[in-house]
Design a protein around this ligand. Structure first.
Ligand code: CTP
Length: 250
């Protein structure tokens, strides 16, 4: 006999051992958490889009870790690599495609949430118009084509504006930088601009930060202090982020 508990854990009365995730301290029990993950895709026409290289692994690891530690988790997932969402037992998963859809879904999920984490890679711009027919080269004079882009909503900034008392908001920033000092400086500026409670910052490049099971991050608190540094599997990084969230919530 097994009863389904929070985060997909079961309280078992018979001899079979519980999944290892259920042996973890339930130190996020009672918290409602909304996490976004993956990369948005902004359609140009029925066969093309503007996208990015986010796999969704870090956001999924955050959602999985939070649920394993007892939280009730809503995961708003834009495009993710194959298999990334496979272990979603106990999570409420909402699929979205575009920045506008992610904005709506996160606004809904954040309404009742104690903690909101924006790990998704959100397009900053979308095509001003989406064509219902495939764009064709022969419709253009000359060798180039100009695509008009308009800004998307800043989802994180909107969540910060709507923040309820007691709600903790965590942002992410993936930066191309020349040094650790520059990473911290860019992170501090972004954190001040966005107004989140914590910002998880990591360095990325052509061969760094993507398509990897591992990650290396610095967590900054409002004011700019480094409150955590973590490296290793995305799951280990996720657990370090939740430790920092617990610390900042007191
Ligand atoms: N973000 C968001 N909505 C956007 C763009 C970004 O909510 N339209 C969130 C991301 O999910 C992340 C944080 O803002 O948590 C920082 O994202 P990033 O792309 O680094 O920041 P930008 O504000 O887009 O700044 P930049 O000019 O460096 O791209």
């Amino acid at each position: 006999m097994a009863t389904q508990g929070r985060g997909g854990c079961s309280s078992r009365r018979r001899s079979s051992p519980p999944p290892s995730r259920c042996l973890r301290p339930q130190d996020l029990a009672g918290l409602r958490i909304a996490v976004s993950t993956g990369g948005t895709r902004e359609p140009i026409d029925p066969v093309r889009f503007l996208g990015n290289r986010s796999s969704g692994r870090q956001g999924m690891a955050l959602a999985r870790a939070a649920a394993d530690r007892g939280a009730a988790v809503t995961l708003v997932a834009a495009h993710t690599d194959d298999g990334v969402l496979a272990d979603a037992a106990g999570l409420t998963v909402v699929r979205v495609a575009t920045a506008a859809e992610l904005d709506d879904a996160m606004a809904d999920a954040a309404e009742g949430a104690d903690v909101v984490v924006m790990a998704a890679a959100v397009a900053d711009y979308r095509p001003a118009e989406t064509s219902d027919a495939k764009l064709r080269k022969d419709a253009v004079d000359g060798p180039g084509r100009v695509l008009d882009l308009v800004e998307t909503a800043d989802v994180l900034a909107g969540l910060v504006r709507a923040r309820r008392d007691g709600q903790t908001i965590v942002g992410f920033a993936a930066e191309t930088v020349g040094s650790h000092e520059e990473l911290l400086e860019r992170g501090r500026r972004k954190l001040a601009r966005k107004g989140a409670d914590l910002l998880v910052v990591n360095a990325v490049g052509w061969t760094q930060g993507f398509e990897s099971a591992d990650n290396e991050v610095v967590v900054l608190a409002a004011g700019g202090d480094v409150v955590a540094e973590a490296s290793g599997t995305k799951r280990a990084v996720a657990d370090a982020v939740w430790d920092a969230v617990r610390a900042v919530r007191g």
